[in-house]
Write a protein that binds this ligand. Structure first.
Ligand SMILES: Nc1nc2c(c(=O)[nH]1)N[C@H]1C(S)=C(S)[C@@H](COP(=O)(O)O)O[C@H]1N2
Ligand SMILES: [Mo]
Length: 385
């Protein structure tokens, strides 16, 4: 299959993961969505990269790529979602990149624990956050700026927060932040500053553009920067708009909940009137999306609306209505997808026995875990999926 990232805007590239073509647990790097506010720094810059640490530390630091590579490496699997993912589905149009469902991906991130850089530097007692600045720059709102964002000190010191050098075992690609990026598992993608150049420890709430003007939502009557990801799910198969034969069909997708786990996914095939609990399948890890499946026996041809609704281990559920205080971000509303059932039977008879199907899915998840990661994974053949 010749799947490629789906370009939403170019110059700079903003492109989606072609989700319906990669229903694998790990998203191959070349298909992983790209969210660039500015053009990536020139490739030549990456060769003599230096990462700086300044601000409220006793010993400011400076590391070359080779020094970082020589330090102990830590890996974490995590889903990354852009906070604007799904914006094009909003009924009230919101400004910004008009993403479909694919501003999301799941990968293994490897690098140095940020705290292994911060702690030896002697973070001063007054410190509350760390500002991260990328090497990319350009004009926004009439001002020249670099991309920058801050993180509360507590999350910066979390053992899974990384200065990442690798993605799915490969050195980072230019579009994903080569040669190094911050990686903040469980948070919206905006926190994971690419082409990371400078880290500044501070005792003030950061007022940067991408902190307060963009990627902020209204809570308790005031603008607050977006942080941890929200609970959400996506139907991957059958894809929206598909025409399928009648019989027993497999509805499958993914669900994620930021720092929390997914506790349940409910599925409706009648526009939300009735629901069944999906089976949660495959690998269950913090920060990672969870695969889910449900069987649907349908006899009458016609148009159907399929919905999935995920619940998090922290008791949050996907809402049915979009909160306008989310200002065009945090779009985790339950979204119906339309599927047409044609006259005639589909060819998925092997999935009619839930036990066979369940064993198949487990084997599939296991296999994906062991496979070289940057390969195209094909799902099963099936009628209309
Ligand atoms: N330096 C820099 N870092 C950045 C961005 C950017 O434009 N510049 N975009 C952010 C946003 S909004 C997202 S969603 C993620 C996307 O990461 P990806 O392009 O590797 O998928 O990177 C974040 N880090
Ligand atoms: Mo984003």
């Amino acid at each position: 299959m010749n799947a490629a990232r789906r370009i939403v805007t170019s110059g700079p590239e903003n492109s989606e993961t072609p989700l319906e073509h990669v229903p694998s647990w790990v998203t191959p790097n070349r298909l992983f969505f790209v969210r660039n506010h500015f053009e990536p720094p020139a490739a030549g810059e990456a060769r003599a990269w230096e990462l700086n640490l300044e601000g409220l530390v006793t010993r400011p630091g400076r590391w070359t790529l080779a020094q970082l590579e020589a330090m102990p490496q830590h890996s974490v699997f995590a889903t990354v979602e852009c906070a604007g993912n799904g914006r094009s589905f909003l009924k009230e149009k919101a400004a910004g990149v008009q993403w479909g469902a694919g501003a999301i991906g799941h990968a293994e991130w490897t690098g140095v624990r940020l705290r292994d850089l911060l702690e030896p530097a002697g973070v001063k007692a007054a410190a509350t956050e760390v500002i991260f600045e990328g090497a990319d720059h350009g004009e926004e709102d009439g001002h020249q700026m670099n991309f920058s964002r801050s993180l509360p000190l507590e999350k910066a010191l979390h053992p899974d927060t990384l200065v990442a050098l690798r993605m799915n075992g490969e050195p980072l690609e230019p579009n994903h932040g080569a040669p190094l990026r911050l990686f903040v598992p469980g948070w919206y993608g905006v926190a994971s500053v690419k082409w990371l150049r400078t880290m500044r420890v501070t005792d003030q709430p950061y007022q940067g553009y991408f902190q307060t003007k963009k990627y902020a939502i209204i809570r308790d009557g005031r603008r607050q920067p977006l942080g941890p990801g929200s609970v959400k799910s996506e139907v991957l198969t059958p894809p929206a708009g598909a025409a399928v034969g009648a019989g027993t069909l497999r509805i499958a997708g993914v669900a994620w909940a930021g720092e929390a786990g997914v506790s349940r996914v409910d599925v409706s095939t009648d526009g939300g009137r009735t629901w069944q609990a999906a089976h949660l399948k495959g690998i269950d890890q913090p920060y990672s999306w969870r695969q889910w499946e449900a069987l649907w026996t349908v006899t009458a041809p016609g148009d159907y609306e399929i919905l999935s609704r995920a619940h998090s281990g922290r008791g949050e559920s996907q809402p049915f209505d979009y909160n306008p205080d989310n200002l065009g971000y945090l779009i985790n509303v339950v979204r119906p997808i339309s599927v047409r059932v044609k006259p005639g039977t589909n060819s998925q008879a092997e999935f009619a026995d839930p036990r066979t199907w369940s064993l198949y899915m487990e084997a599939y998840a296991e296999e994906n875990r062991r496979r070289p990661l940057d390969v195209q994974l094909a799902f099963t053949a099936g009628d209309g999926i």
